[in-house]
Design a protein around this ligand. Structure first.
Ligand code: CA
Ligand code: CA
Ligand code: CA
Ligand code: CA
Length: 596
C-alpha cells in the first residue's frame, strides 16, 4: 500500500500543544472524503461558513471554494488560501482543510479567533486539481501532476498514447534501469540504491540506461513520453508563462479549474493576501529584488501610464518591487520563527505559477509555503521538523525516456538530497519508501537485464500521514498571525477652523493602523487593487473652495502612518459634513463633523 497512507506511530508526540483542532485529522483525504469533510464542517457552522463549487473538472469533480467570515463576510478585507495547485502536493491540500476546521472549531470559543473571523473574510480553495490529485488514491500509484485534458505531449499526432506500466506488479510506478554499456548511469558509490550519471572525468563508465517504469507503447523509442493528460496548473498562469512547454497547456488559463480560480480572485477585490501551499515557496526563500531585464520604458514621459515620476527602469518587472521587498523579508522571518522550520530546499522561480501570478499580475501580497521536505538525519532527536543543514531541492533523476522534463529533473552531479532521503527512510524504518531494485522481464529489452526500483511516488514530497497534525499546528499559528497584519484605516485628528463666518478649514488624517500598507507597490502599479478612496459628502447648500471631494489616496504605509488632507468648505456655521474612507482591502470608516 501507499506508505503515506499508513501511520508510522513515531512522530506525533512533540508539538501537539498549540491550538490544535479538537480531533486529530491525521489522514490524506480522497476527493470524496474531502468533499464530505468540507460539507460536514460547513453545515455545522452555517452562521459563518458557506461552500460553493466554482468549476467542474473534465471528470466532473467540483472545485470547492469556502467562504468563512462574520456578519460582514465578503465586505471585510480577506485572505485567500489555496491548496493543491500542484496536484501531487497533497499535504498542502490537507493543511487548508486543517485551517478551515481550526477556525470553525475555535470561533466563539477563543476570543482572538472570533474577532479575527468577524473582521476578516477567509476564502479557502482546498484542492484545485482533484482529477490529478486523485492519483494518490489509485493504482498503480504515480505522482500525477496533469489534469485530464487530452494533449499530445510529444507532438507525434497521437494523444496520451504512451503512459506508465507497473512492470513488477507492486502497485507503484517507480523507475527502471536497463543494463547497457551505452547507458550513462551507474549506482552511486555512497549508496547503490541511488543512480547517478557516470562522470568520465572521474573514470566512471556508464552501465545502465534509466527510464521511468513502463513500456514504449507506440514504439517511438521514448518511454512513457505521453501519459494521460494534460495541464499542470502551476504552469498555466499568465505570469512568466512558457508557451509550448510540457504541462503548460494550449494557452494561459486554458482549463476550467484555473480559469475559475482567476475569476474568483477578480470577483473578490477585498482579497489582500493570497496564501498558497506550494513547492514554489517564498517564506523560507523570500523574494529578493533583482536587476530588471528587457527594453527600457519609453523616453517620452507622455507615453508612460504613470507619467514622468513612475519608475524609469526597464519595462519588465521580473522581481519583487523595491518598496515591497522589506515586507516579504519581515514576514518570512516571522514565518521561520513561528514554524521553527530551518534549512529548506531552495525554491526555483515559477513558470506560470499561481503564487507569482497573484503578486505580479493580480497585484496582491502573495505568500507560498512548502510545509515539509525530507529532513537530513543527523541525530536521534525529533525527526518531524526540518533538518539542520542547507538542502538543495530534492529532485529525482530525469528519466531519459521523458524528453521534456517531467517528474524529477536534476543536475547530474547533485545526488545529496536523494542520499539524505534514503537515510531518512532508513532512520524512520519506512522500509517501503524505496522500492528495492528487482529484475523484471521487459518486452522492449529481451536481451538485457532490466530492474525496477526507486523512490515510491509522493514519498519525497508528502510527509507520513501521522505528522499532518503537527505540521498543521505550526502553519495555522502562522496563518492566524499573518491574517492580523492586513491594513486597517481610521480617520483621526479631525480639526475644524473657521476662516470667517461662512468658510471653514477641515483637516483630517487617514491613518493605517494595520501592518501592511493600504496597497503594495506592485498593486499600485498594476492597478487591480484599489487604493483608498475618500469621499467628503456635502449638502446642497455647501460647496468646496479648495480640496477634492473624492480624492484617491496613494498607498499609506502601516503601523500608524498617515496622510493629512485639508479642505476649505463654504457652509453655514453649525452644519455637518461626512467624511468616508474606504477600499475593499482596508474596509470602510466614516466620521461626521460639525463645522463651527
Ligand atoms: Ca509517442
Ligand atoms: Ca503523443
Ligand atoms: Ca512498479
Ligand atoms: Ca513511446
Amino acid at each position: 500500500m501507499n506508505v503515506l497512507l499508513k501511520t508510522t506511530g513515531k512522530i506525533s508526540f512533540i508539538f501537539i500543544i498549540f491550538l490544535a483542532s479538537a480531533l486529530s485529522q491525521n489522514k490524506y483525504h480522497s476527493y470524496d472524503e474531502m468533499t464530505k469533510a468540507i460539507n460536514t464542517a460547513v453545515s455545522s457552522h452555517k452562521d459563518i461558513a458557506k461552500v460553493k463549487s466554482i468549476a467542474q473538472t473534465y471528470q466532473k469533480r467540483d472545485i470547492w471554494a469556502i467562504t468563512l467570515g462574520g456578519k460582514e463576510a465578503d465586505s471585510t478585507h480577506a485572505v485567500l488560501i489555496v491548496g493543491g495547485i500542484e496536484a501531487d502536493h497533497l499535504i498542502g491540500s490537507e493543511l487548508t482543510l486543517h485551517f478551515l476546521n481550526f477556525l470553525l472549531d475555535n470561533y466563539g470559543k477563543v476570543d482572538s479567533i472570533t474577532q479575527l473571523v468577524n473582521s476578516t473574510t477567509f476564502y479557502i480553495i482546498p484542492r484545485v486539481n482533484p482529477d490529478a490529485s486523485e492519483a494518490f488514491f489509485q493504482k498503480p500509484l504515480y505522482a500525477r501532476t496533469f489534469n485530464t485534458r487530452a494533449i499530445d505531449d510529444d507532438k507525434d499526432g497521437k494523444i496520451d498514447e504512451d503512459g506508465y506500466e507497473d512492470l513488477n506488479n507492486d502497485g507503484l510506478i517507480t523507475m527502471m534501469r536497463v543494463k547497457d554499456n551505452r547507458g550513462e548511469w551507474i549506482p552511486h558509490p555512497d549508496d547503490p540504491r541511488i543512480m547517478k550519471k557516470a562522470d568520465p572525468s572521474k573514470g566512471e563508465q556508464g552501465l545502465y540506461k534509466l527510464f521511468s517504469e513502463g513500456i514504449d507503447n507506440d514504439k517511438d523509442e521514448q518511454w512513457n513520453e505521453d501519459e494521460l493528460g494534460g495541464v499542470d496548473f502551476n504552469r498555466s498562469f499568465p505570469y512568466n508563462y512558457q508557451f509550448f512547454s510540457r504541462g503548460a497547456g494550449p494557452h494561459q488559463l486554458s482549463e476550467p479549474e484555473t480559469h475559475a480560480v482567476a475569476d474568483f480572485c477578480f470577483a473578490h477585490p477585498n482579497i489582500t493576501i493570497v496564501f498558497t501551499y506550494s513547492s514554489n515557496d517564498n517564506l523560507m526563500n523570500p523574494w529578493k529584488k533583482e536587476q530588471r531585464q528587457g527594453p527600457p520604458m519609453p523616453s517620452n514621459p507622455t507615453f508612460r501610464r504613470g507619467g514622468p515620476d513612475e519608475d524609469q527602469g526597464p519595462r519588465l518587472i521580473n522581481s519583487v518591487m523595491d518598496n515591497d521587498e522589506e515586507y516579504f523579508t519581515y514576514i518570512s522571518k516571522e514565518y521561520q520563527d513561528i514554524t521553527k522550520l530551518k534549512s529548506a530546499p531552495q525554491s526555483t522561480k515559477g513558470e506560470g505559477s499561481f503564487n507569482e501570478w497573484a503578486y505580479y499580475h493580480y497585484g496582491r501580497w502573495s505568500f507560498a509555503a512548502n510545509p515539509w521536505w525530507m529532513p537530513e538525519v543527523e541525530t536521534k532527536k525529533d525527526t518531524t521538523s526540518a533538518d539542520t543543514s542547507k538542502n538543495k531541492k530534492l529532485d529525482l533523476p530525469k528519466p531519459p525516456g521523458m524528453p521534456f522534463g517531467g517528474p524529477g529533473e536534476t543536475k547530474p552531479d547533485e545526488y545529496g538530497d536523494q542520499l539524505k532521503a534514503v537515510k531518512w527512510l532508513d532512520a524512520n524504518k519506512i522500509s517501503d519508501g524505496f522500492v528495492k531494485w528487482t529484475k523484471v522481464k521487459h518486452p522492449d529489452f529481451p536481451d538485457n537485464e532490466v530492474e525496477v526500483g526507486g523512490f515510491e511516488p509522493f514519498v519525497t514530497t508528502n510527509p507520513p500521514a501521522d505528522s499532518i497534525d503537527v505540521l498543521a499546528a505550526k502553519q495555522n499559528k502562522f496563518l492566524v498571525w499573518l491574517s492580523t497584519k492586513l491594513p486597517k484605516i481610521s480617520i483621526r485628528n479631525i480639526k475644524v477652523e473657521p476662516i470667517d463666518d461662512k468658510v471653514f478649514r477641515l483637516t483630517a488624517d487617514i491613518t493605517n493602523t494595520g501592518y501592511l500598507p493600504t496597497n503594495s507597490a506592485i498593486g499600485d502599479k498594476v492597478r487591480w487593487p484599489r487604493n483608498v478612496k475618500l469621499t467628503l459628502n456635502l449638502s446642497k447648500d455647501q460647496s468646496l473652495a479648495s480640496g477634492k471631494a473624492k480624492p484617491i489616496l496613494d498607498p499609506i504605509k502601516g503601523s500608524g502612518s498617515q496622510q493629512e488632507l485639508t479642505w476649505l468648505i463654504v457652509s453655514k456655521s453649525g452644519a455637518t459634513v461626512t467624511l468616508t474612507a474606504e477600499s475593499p482591502m482596508t474596509g470602510k470608516v466614516s466620521q461626521t463633523v460639525t463645522l463651527k
